[in-house]
Design a binder for this molecule. Structure first.
Ligand code: SF4
Ligand code: SF4
Length: 369
């Protein structure tokens, strides 16, 4: 079988060779952006910069100065930038985390309008995910800068460029449908004696048992598919139907990403992944936990799959900083650090993206000095 050509992934390291501004990450980002044909991408157009602006007490989203560097580059190329985010409430509270028109140098808008209703419906046809309602502001755009913060993610192991598109460019009900794809453990209420042994056996607190209401719920975001609950159950009320119950979530994200990106002409989407403050959970949790690994830098590519592959390769299990996981969590088995933390193989997402024709896992790094 013929191997696909490798895609270029530009890399700006967080490392500093000399104690001067030109040797630091924002300056390197500026030089990285100069590697892309931004005039072709942006000139004369309103250019959305899709971000996740976080919430509540989170302080590990992308630093406003780095956003400003992107905004300035778009302006210098003749574009009219604006930052776009899902949800009017998130946009309204963005100033809490330092994101304002003044700090970023451009407006911040809600992708679905003030009522989250400006959407375009697309057929997906994957299990419960029958349709996706894509934000109209993204759908209408002639080009896009996908500016993502890289971190772990409880539902799929890893959150980066794909997650910023799949979960951040669709409305709330579509996000709920994607989450509904999670599963893999079945509970037989009739067989349950509500003894609570499964709850005690679960070291990630994924199971909630309501003895009064006679109900049991599994929060698959926290589930690592370890089977401890299944083994502890004295009545076989729990069964592991699918050890890979997280795969459908990732497949759903890839399919939605394909539909969102399908609205752009080739070469009109630039993906930038910021690998700083790489925490355990997604920024939507509204909290910041310690960085799992030392900061790495910023990577950028026109090929999302190559970019995600390069980012995952750069996050190495051996670089885990002791004491940075929440509570008493310990690493489980897994090929990647995020799989060892969340029990979900993050490469499933990348493979699904490649299968759906969104790019190549083969990449060549070009470091920007
Ligand atoms: S499989 Fe493991 S992590 Fe998931 S609910 Fe059961 S005990 Fe908890
Ligand atoms: S261990 Fe089994 S019987 Fe006991 S509460 Fe859990 S599911 Fe029900």
């Amino acid at each position: 079988m013929k191997k696909s050509a490798s895609s270029t992934v530009y890399f700006a390291s967080v490392g500093v060779a000399r104690p001067e501004g030109s040797a630091t990450l924002p300056a390197k980002l500026e030089r990285m952006l100069a590697q892309f044909d931004l005039k072709h991408l942006c000139q004369g157009k309103a250019v959305p910069i899709k971000m996740h602006l976080g919430g509540n007490l989170g302080y590990s989203t992308i630093h406003p100065l780095l956003v400003r560097m992107v905004v300035n580059a778009v302006k210098a190329s003749g574009g009219k930038p604006f930052v776009v985010e899902a949800g009017f409430g998130t946009v309204a509270a963005a100033a809490d985390r330092g994101y304002t028109t003044e700090t970023l140098g451009c407006p911040i808008v809600a992708a679905g309008g003030p009522y989250d209703t400006y959407v375009v419906e697309r057929e997906i046809g994957f299990k419960q995910l029958d349709k996706a309602r894509i934000y109209g502001t993204i759908w209408d755009a002639p080009c896009l800068i996908n500016l993502s913060h890289v971190k772990g993610h409880g539902d799929c192991g890893y959150g980066g460029a794909c997650k910023n598109i799949a979960m951040g460019c669709v409305d709330g009900p579509t996000r709920t449908k994607i989450h509904a794809l999670e599963g893999g453990i079945d509970w037989n209420k009739a067989a349950c004696v509500f003894c609570g042994r499964c709850v005690k056996a679960c070291d990630t607190n994924a199971i909630t048992l309501d003895k009064k209401e006679k109900n049991l719920k599994i929060f698959f975001h926290h589930c690592r598919y370890c089977r401890h609950c299944v083994a502890a159950c004295p009545t076989k009320a729990l069964t592991m139907r699918d050890r890979s119950g997280f795969r459908d979530f990732q497949e759903g994200m890839a399919l939605v990403t394909k539909n969102v990106l399908g609205s752009f002409a080739p070469g009109r989407v630039l993906h930038l992944n910021v690998l700083t403050q790489i925490t355990m959970f997604c920024d939507c949790w509204g909290i910041t936990t310690p960085s799992l690994v030392p900061d790495i830098g910023i990577m950028g590519s026109l090929d999302m799959v190559a970019l995600e592959s390069a980012c995952l390769d750069a996050i190495k299990a051996e670089n885990l900083i002791p004491g940075t996981m929440i509570g008493k969590r310990k690493l489980a088995k897994g090929k990647h650090l995020f799989e060892q933390i969340h029990g979900k193989d993050p490469w499933v997402q990348v493979q699904a993206l490649e299968t759906h024709g969104l790019g190549s896992q083969r990449y060549a790094i070009k470091e920007v000095g």
